[in-house]
Design a protein around this ligand. Structure first.
Ligand code: R5P
Length: 288
């Protein structure tokens, strides 16, 4: 049975449809003091259940923990966390800080935990479960391919996103060997100064008049992408498309990006937003 969490209702429904499994009906409510109330209406005793719940906000974590607890009589519990909040605090950047990703992962006990392009795979070791991290970049790559852009260049805004640019570029599939299949791809050097300001080191790229696809795991405030767009536009880039797995798009992120001149923002439904054009349901369905 698929148990949908409040933040992943559409994605859960899609996974249920693809797998032919029953979609549980759950209540998600708040008590007058703001506490979260969850109830699964279907009988899960002795069943194999898959809970699907992204955790962009603190209350989403609470809902996930409650759903796991509500499934204590199930035969097995798979937990899918399509977007894991706090995953970027995967180390102690300053003395006295918690490793938030570890703290939250340690609360989750299940038979199996699946994530999608988790910010850093080292976090997986902190779950009390068998884990698997799925890669949605070929799905993003296929969508970009459907746009039939003329020889696009895939750019990662920093070194950690470079594998994403490579995977997406390789999925453009012009036929032949891997090298022949691959569109051009490159990466930039980003330095983060605060939550919403970054600088990108200048780098001479062959982008004049070309279609560009900038790809990253997360777009949060849009600062990284907006700065990258400016740098590429200064070098004469043509149309710029943005692709990300997790469209957090906090605050005024969407507007920042359109002001910077983006043609289209493409995200996946790990977070259910207006730009979540690509669904990761098939990826999850195959894994469960
Ligand atoms: C950070 O390392 C991530 O990969 C993203 O680059 C980052 O989360 C984007 O954040 P923002 O949109 O706020 O610049």
């Amino acid at each position: 049975m698929i148990i949908p969490g409040p933040s992943s209702q559409t994605l859960s429904s899609r996974v249920a449809r693809i797998t032919g499994r029953k979609l549980a009906l759950c209540d998600y409510q708040q008590f007058p003091d703001g506490e979260t109330y969850i109830r699964i209406h279907d009988d899960i005793v002795g069943k194999d259940v898959t809970i699907i719940q992204s955790t962009p906000n603190d209350s989403d974590y609470i809902a996930l923990l409650q759903l796991i607890d509500a499934c204590d009589t199930a035969r097995s519990v798979n937990v899918v966390i399509p977007y894991m909040g706090y995953a970027r605090q995967d180390k102690r950047f300053k003395c006295g800080e918690p490793i938030s990703a570890r703290a939250l992962a340690r609360c989750i006990h299940a038979d199996r935990v699946l994530t999608i392009n988790i910010h850093d795979e080292s976090i997986l070791a902190s779950f009390d479960a068998k884990t698997q991290n799925l890669d949605a970049t070929p799905l993003l790559g296929s969508y970009i391919k459907s746009l039939e852009l003329d020889s696009p260049v895939f750019i990662a805004p920093d070194a950690s996103a470079f594998p994403l640019a490579r995977h997406a570029a390789r999925s453009q599939g012009h036929g032949g060997s891997d090298d022949e299949n691959t569109c051009e791809y490159d990466y930039l050097e980003k330095t983060r100064h605060s939550g919403d300001t970054v600088t990108i080191a200048p780098k001479k790229l062959d982008v004049a008049g070309r279609n560009i696809v900038i790809i990253d795991d997360i777009i949060s405030t849009g600062g990284t992408m907006a700065t990258t767009i400016e740098l590429l536009k200064d070098q004469g880039a043509g149309k710029v498309y943005l692709a990300c797995v997790h469209p957090v798009l906090a605050r005024n992120g969407t507007v920042r990006l359109y002001r910077a001149g983006v043609e289209e923002i493409v995200g996946t439904d790990t977070l259910e937003k207006a730009v979540s054009i690509v669904s990761v349901a098939s990826l999850i369905a195959e894994a469960v």
